[in-house]
Design a protein around this ligand. Structure first.
Ligand code: NAD
Ligand code: TYD
Length: 354
């Protein structure tokens, strides 16, 4: 696999969130001397505590700001001589998109267009440039029991979240087709790992077991997701940035499908082992609740293009990844307390009445 591009100054958006912060740790460790500028507005999902280990790294700079602020983005691109943008910033939680879709359109669609336009104009002054859009398998809609999403699967988003991500992906495509702007687009399955905000399934389960709260399982619990360790996602993004041909789309997945209820049972059992509970203690907290509106039944990714063309494969087994993730949460209860205080506590009470 041939490296086509070597970034020297990277603008990462949403780098204080779950995947963005893991990517920054990964990238700074492997690319000393490359500048990394993190633009993040710090919503409820963005936490600078995710980045304390790199805050004094001379290659790293944090800027608190909005991707929808065109003049700010233009200034950063020029000031930092940015030659690559990796765009993670988004509103990312499906349940929130159902109760409040507007902010999803603003951040995910308008924010992407603002970045694309500023980057396109700036790139005309750069000898080489890449723009990488981080997207999701959810843009493809829902699968039945068979089959996989490929990069050719038509976009058929079903939630306001996935529709806003699909809108952004189409703008990325349009900027490549119309302006020959050097874009790349990745679509990844469900991530898990450290710094995952505890409104998403896996960290919510760990947190609620520790709090002895109920474990809400939507509908019949038989919806299927493909789970990938966030560090494998970070490595895939770096590979696509450096080696992907502009204009390409790459699916990223773990080849690791689980029914929700099986994940819930597994996390319960692993937590019981660590907490030295009698077997079956945590499973008693499982509560089947009303299904999510428009709940996609199954996601499954065919990531063979990324393996074939760029040689990427996941390195974590799920067994190792989930065990390490649980241990990380148990060792980082201060982080969990910090991110679940304030506005999130109010949201949680409104959602679950607890
Ligand atoms: P996250 O919600 O944990 O983090 C999002 C970050 O974006 C936060 O730090 C937030 O402060 C920042 N942000 C939001 N609005 C902003 C704005 N207007 N300006 C600047 N910053 C802003 O999300 P995540 O789970 O880390 O997801 C990152 C990206 O990966 C998203 O684009 C998401 O669609 C995509 N993705 C996520 C998953 C997953 O399983 N979590 C899977 C596939 C793709
Ligand atoms: P989530 O982590 O929100 O990711 P996504 O919706 O992007 O796939 O949810 C993963 C799956 O778990 C999804 O099918 C919804 C389900 N789920 C529950 O059953 N209970 C919960 O409390 C949450 C947050 C999710």
């Amino acid at each position: 696999m041939q490296q086509l591009f070597t970034p020297t100054s990277l603008l990462v958006t949403g780098g204080a969130g779950f995947i963005g912060s893991n990517f920054i740790h990964h990238f700074l460790a492997g690319n000393p001397g490359c500048r990394v500028v993190n633009l993040d507005i710090l919503t409820y999902a963005g936490n600078l505590q995710n980045l304390t280990a790199v805050q004094d790294n001379p290659d790293y700079r944090f800027v608190k700001g909005d991707i929808c602020d065109g003049p700010l983005v233009e200034r950063l691109l020029t000031e930092e001589k940015i030659d690559a943008v990796v765009h993670f910033a988004a509103e990312s939680h499906v349940d929130r998109s159902i109760t409040g879709p507007e902010i999803f359109v603003r951040t995910n669609v308008l924010g992407t267009q603002t970045l694309l336009e500023a980057s396109r104009l700036h790139s005309e002054r750069m000898p080489s440039f890449r723009y990488l859009q981080i997207s999701t398998d959810e843009v493809y809609g829902s699968l039945g029991p068979e089959g996989f999403f490929t990069e050719e699967t038509p976009l058929a988003a079903n939630s306001p979240y996935s529709a806003s991500k699909a809108g952004a992906d189409l703008l990325v495509r349009a900027y490549h087709e119309t302006f020959q702007f050097p874009t790349l687009n990745t679509r990844c399955s469900n991530n898990y790992g450290p710094y995952h905000f505890p409104e998403k399934l896996i960290p919510l389960l760990i947190h609620n077991i520790l709090q002895k709260r109920s474990l809400p399982v939507y509908g019949d619990g038989l919806n299927v997701r493909d789970w990938l360790h966030v560090r494998d996602h970070a490595a895939a993004v770096e590979r696509v940035l450096k080696c992907g041909t502009p204009g390409s789309v790459f699916n990223i997945g773990g080849n690791n499908e689980w029914k929700n209820i099986d994940i819930v049972n597994l996390v319960c059992d692993l937590m019981d082992e660590r907490l030295e509970n009698p077997a079956g203690t945590s499973r008693k907290l499982i509560t089947f609740v009303k299904d999510r509106k428009g709940h996609d039944r199954r996601y499954a990714i065919d990531a063979s293009k990324l393996k074939r063309e760029l040689g990427w494969e996941p390195s974590y087994t799920f067994e190792r990844g989930i065990a390490e993730t649980i241990d990380w949460y148990l060792a980082n209860q201060g982080w969990v307390q910090e991110v679940t205080s304030g506005a999130y506590r109010e949201y949680y009470q409104a959602q679950y009445g607890a």
